[in-house]
Design a protein around this ligand. Structure first.
Ligand code: C5P
Length: 231
């Protein structure tokens, strides 16, 4: 798969997502479904979006004991999603178990990504709350290294970290990056942002874009602008 734009469908109901995506007509963007929508609508929303022809990143960030994660991943894999994720904080045995669970009988499986440290966790929170005293950059790279060791395909990270992740872990190790804003757009609650064009230069493989598209007066034009700048 090459570079692509993933639209974060952060809506609270199936109806809201459908009326948003209906605006795109025959264009079928790669979409991200997060916890809110999945917990509200269940697996039916995934099946329906698949039926409509979308590729799906199911962003549920699993984190539990290896056996539980393995079984949960097997269920998600049967939904035929294209991309799933977990917390690298669950450690290598959990990530390996996830891969086992994800792998279908015919050997295929969704792309598995690891979340290193959440972007809502800063250095101070990490030190005081989690008692992790190393610099954030080292922690992120170490967790990414663990993810690669376990067999994950890549990480979710800031576009600002994409270059160093590729440098240390190779060009094939995927970087999927939220925190994308147009140069002339609103930043909102995101702190460290990049434009789609700069994320491309930084080496992101996929950008995850929510409000710059979902809240735009013309979401289809905003999506097409992202694709033009990034792909
Ligand atoms: O609206 P916005 O473009 O900020 O949406 C970004 C999406 O990426 C949201 O679904 C958000 O939850 C997700 N995300 C993020 N930062 C992370 C991980 C996920 O913004 N580190």
């Amino acid at each position: 798969m090459g570079r692509d734009v993933i639209v974060a469908c952060d809506f609270s109901s199936a109806d809201a997502v459908f009326s948003f995506l209906d605006r795109f007509g025959d264009v079928k963007p790669f979409v991200k479904i997060g916890m809110e929508l999945y917990y509200a609508e269940g697996p039916a929303i995934v099946r329906e979006l698949k039926r409509r022809g979308h590729r799906i990143f199911l962003d549920l960030k699993l984190h539990d004991i290896p056996n539980t994660v393995k079984k949960a991943m097997a269920v998600l894999s049967r939904l035929d999603v294209d991309m799933v994720n977990l917390h690298a904080g669950g450690a290598v045995p959990m990530m390996q178990a996830a891969l086992e669970g994800l792998t279908r009988e015919d050997g295929t499986r969704p792309i598995l990504l690891a979340v290193t440290q959440l972007t809502s966790t800063d250095q101070e929170t990490m030190e005081r709350n989690l008692l992790i005293e190393k610099p954030m950059k080292d922690v992120v790279l170490h967790y990414a290294e663990n993810a690669k060791k376990a067999g994950c395909d890549g990480v979710v990270c800031s576009p600002l970290e994409a270059g160093s992740v590729h440098e240390h872990l190779g060009q094939e190790f995927l970087t999927v990056t939220p925190g994308v804003r147009f140069r002339d757009g609103e930043i909102g609650d995101q702190k460290r942002v990049m434009t789609p064009a700069d994320a491309k230069i930084a080496g992101s493989d996929y950008i995850v874009v929510g409000r710059p598209i979902t809240a735009a007066p013309d979401p289809v034009a905003a999506y097409e602008r992202c694709v033009r700048e990034f792909v």
